[in-house]
Design a binder for this molecule. Sequence first.
Ligand code: CP
Length: 304
Amino acid sequence: MQHLLTLEGMPRDTIVALLDRAQAFVDDADADHRSILAGRAICTLFFEPSTRTRLSFQRAAQRLGADVLNFDAATSSTTKGETARDTLKTIEAMGVHGFVVRHAENGAVAALAQAANPGTALLNAGDGRSAHPTQGLLDMLTLRQAKGADFSKLKVLIVGDVRHSRVARSDLHALRALGAGEIRVCGPKSLLPEDDGTLAGCTVTQDFDAALDGIDAVMMLRLQRERMAEGLVASLDDYRRDFGLTIARLKRASGDAVVLHPGPMNRGVEIDDEVADGPQSLILRQVANGVPVRMAVLEALLHV
Ligand code: CP
């Protein structure tokens, strides 16, 4: 791999190898790994806000011994009209070897990868609604830790705004590659993808209560509030009533079902406090797993 742009088409063995390496970093948490990327420089190039992804990439790069540059779009020359491409080429000229990039446009990271020098690695930290591959990987690591490596009997439910979610797309690619037994998708029709193949092989429903029956893992998605302004959601109250994960609803899933959410959460909208902070929640485990997963990916792309 020169770049990590998407999980679409990534072979199962490659995903498993990255998850195995990430798990080894988890198991070996106190070891000193700083020789792995010593002398390498990585820039976090975010044109959209982030807490988890940016900081866990920074933490991962530091744990591997890399030098880390943090680009802040709000105080950068992009405010004077400099393009993303010129920004990348400018920072690359300073001797940076890898870029972790988030951008609002679909395909923007792939376009920047085309512009980069041979040998420069680009890692997609989320582009438009297309892909968020390291989120997909950390979600799979979290599921694997909770439910075991054999996904063939796993019943997973993804709930919410799948249409606009890069997380959902990367999760779907990874779940299919790992052979998940059953994937159900639930959300208002207005927030489900058009017939573009995104939901191939999934059971699709608008009935959240029925969809939860027998489910092993519920992956909640953030309601992007701008969808209300677009008229795609009637009201937050309606959304919570139909698609909010409450304690009462969670009882319909398997007794040992786990709950995931990529964050940031709209508490009291798509997920209630009692669920987010309850014993079945793996939400902070997902955050923790972001560091070893990103260590595994950075090592795979940048170790020489
Ligand atoms: N899950 C996720 O991408 O969170 P951030 O936007 O905080 O990085």
